[in-house]
Design a protein around this ligand. Structure first.
Ligand code: NAD
Length: 497
């Protein structure tokens, strides 16, 4: 019988009473490997109640104890690294090594959460007025919730709940219904690390369950990662319901190739950054902007891209895995068709990709278009597949204008050996994360993940110091302790210092 994924509420893994079930499939085979239940309204209420109740005691747990929970959790995640990667690879289709990377990026955030004592220190100033001191404390918000996408089922849940819980909050995670097994295993290991009952809950489902979280008055903050339309909906609805919201959304990441760059470095980096993980990364490079003579490298890049072979999660030679679903594959194929119709030149066509032994996999081979122009669908829209678009410009200024006029601002990179070009690009580009001779500049967790424009709705970003601010309130205290009574009569005006 197919495994039914359990809900995690009040410290117990429970069988849902859901009547609506979503099949979880292995994208390389279409085998149904599990079923995700859509939590019932009563179960959603129970999840919030449990988080609310647990908050009363969890907020009183000393910060150093909260840090130790994260240290134990980090050690357990490392111990179970391969096991987690195996679960993750089977439900997402990622290659085993790439799945390990997904888990590792999450472990690094748990390490950051283990540093919570110093991160939660407030500020102090003595004698802000005569005999008066001011100091601030960082206090948790209450019940927080996270809604995560399919493409990083370990890393993105781990961006959220460890930071929120380390701050003293309790949390409800609603992972993607397409790959709920990894987040469920993350929750089991959290229990094993000693997480008290109710500090974390995991509920499954889709829009209906998300809507419950958006409207529940006891939820103070919502973290979301996913597509632009859903991100905008979540940001609008969450803030309308007076919640703090951070919504990380889609992207179109450009890499600018200067003619003075090292050709082979550029080619190697572009291949991995564009079609790695089947292009299903929000920081994947989907547009290569060739400046001046660097366009002469396009044929050699095409040759290298054509060599990459997708394959199943356990195939050691596979460059990347299948797309997450037949629908996602069809969307990418439709975009490739549109690219041809709109006049781009298809140098490498991955539309008819097959993988021996896996006739039902959602395969799309590496795909490379040149002569791509602004206004074409393949340039304007996020494809979220192994498709790279080449645009040609004459100068760095033109490249900057192109990137800055794009609606997205998640990540970008420049390849050059000229410091002045790199400096100009990093300073003038309107994108939140910039790589210099580094294709995918995802910041490590002591910084924050800082997408801009339509790639992010909100103001405080994920992990790092910004996450602490997102998941907390600052309480500022102004205190006077006179040694004896002061009797100056009532004070009717603001005193000038
Ligand atoms: P998605 O928007 O379809 O789903 C994300 C989450 O929202 C899931 O948990 C899903 O159940 C829920 N959801 C879906 N439709 C909903 C609706 N109508 N109302 C309420 N909730 C809904 O995204 P996805 O396909 O799972 O993930 C891929 C997208 O995520 C891409 O656009 C990618 O760029 C983006 N992404 C962005 C970042 C980032 O940091 N900016 C990181 C990873 C992924």
């Amino acid at each position: 019988m197919t495994q039914r994924v359990k809900l995690f509420i009040g410290g117990e893994f429970i069988e849902s009473k859901a009547t609506q079930i979503i099949p979880v499939t292995n994208p390389a085979t279409q085998d149904v490997i599990a079923e995700a239940p859509c939590a019932t309204p009563d179960e959603m209420v129970a999840a919030v109640e449990s988080a609310k109740e647990a908050f009363k005691s969890w907020r009183e747990v000393p910060v150093s104890e909260r840090a130790r929970l994260m240290m134990r959790y980090q050690a357990l995640l490392k111990e179970h690294h391969d096991e987690l990667a195996e679960i993750l690879a089977k439900e997402t289709g990622k290659t085993f090594e790439d799945a390990k990377g997904d888990v590792w990026r999450g472990i690094e955030v748990v390490e950051q959460a283990a540093n919570i004592p110093s991160l939660m220190m407030g500020e102090t100033a003595e004698n802000v007025a005569r005999g008066i001191d001011t100091y601030s404390y960082i206090q948790p918000l209450g019940v927080c919730a996270g809604i995560t996408p399919f493409n990083f089922p370990a890393m993105i849940p781990l961006w959220m709940f460890p930071m929120a819980i380390a701050c003293g909050n309790t949390f409800i995670l609603k992972p993607s219904e397409q790959d709920p097994l990894t987040p469920t295993r993350l929750a089991e290991l959290f229990v094993e690390a000693g997480a008290p009952k109710g500090v974390l809950q995991v509920v499954h489902g889709g829009k209906e369950q998300v809507d419950h979280l958006l409207h529940d008055k006891d939820i103070k903050a919502i973290s979301f990662v996913g597509s632009v339309p859903v991100g905008q909906y979540i940001y609008r609805t969450g803030t309308e319901n007076l919640k703090r919201v951070q919504a990380f959304a889609g992207a179109k990441n450009h890499s600018v190739i200067m003619p003075d760059a090292n050709k082979q470095t550029v080619i190697n980096n572009l291949v991995g950054a564009s079609v790695g993980a089947a292009g299903q990364r929000c920081m994947a490079i989907s547009v290569a902007v060739f400046v001046g003579k660097s366009k002469e490298w396009i044929p050699d890049l095409a040759k290298e891209l054509a060599k990459v072979q997708p394959g199943a999660w356990n195939d050691k030679n596979a460059g990347y895995g299948p797309l997450i679903s037949p629908q996602a594959k069809q969307r990418v194929l439709d975009m490739i068709q549109k690219g041809k119709e709109e006049g781009a030149e298809l140098l490498v066509d991955g539309s008819n990709c097959t993988v021996e032994g896996f006739p039902n996999g959602n395969w799309v081979g590496p795909t490379f278009f040149s002569k791509v122009k602004k206004g074409m669908s393949i340039y304007e829209q996020e494809i979220f597949g192994p498709v790279l678009c080449a645009v040609e410009v004459d100068t760095l200024e033109e490249a900057l204008e192109l990137v800055n006029s794009n609606q997205y601002g998640n990540g970008t990179s420049i390849f050059t050996t000229n410091g002045a070009s790199a400096r100009k690009y990093q300073h003038e580009v309107e994108v939140g994360q910039v790589g210099i001779n580094i294709p995918i500049p995802v910041p490590l967790p002591f910084f924050s993940f800082t997408g801009w424009k339509n790639s992010f709705f909100g103001d405080l970003h994920a992990y790092g110091k910004q996450a602490i601010r997102f998941y907390s309130e600052t309480k500022t205290i102004t205190a006077r302790w006179p040694e004896s009574e002061i009797d100056n009569g009532p004070n009717m005006t603001i005193k000038l210092q």
